[in-house]
Design a protein. Sequence first.
Length: 68
Amino acid sequence: MGPSDHAHSPANYNRIFVIGVGLNVVFVAVEAVFGFALGSLALLADAGHNLSDVLGLLLAWDGHMLTQ
């Protein structure tokens, strides 16, 4: 078996997606809270951008699940 001939279990992908989505959601929440508290449009804009990243991860996860 070469380096590109390895397999990943679906459970491993699911765990990775859960961790990725969870960490990003926490980061979005912290940025949004501090953005509102400090009146920082930059933090609020970045929270919105990171929220779109979360939606992208969820879409990718859904696409991955459809191929199983």
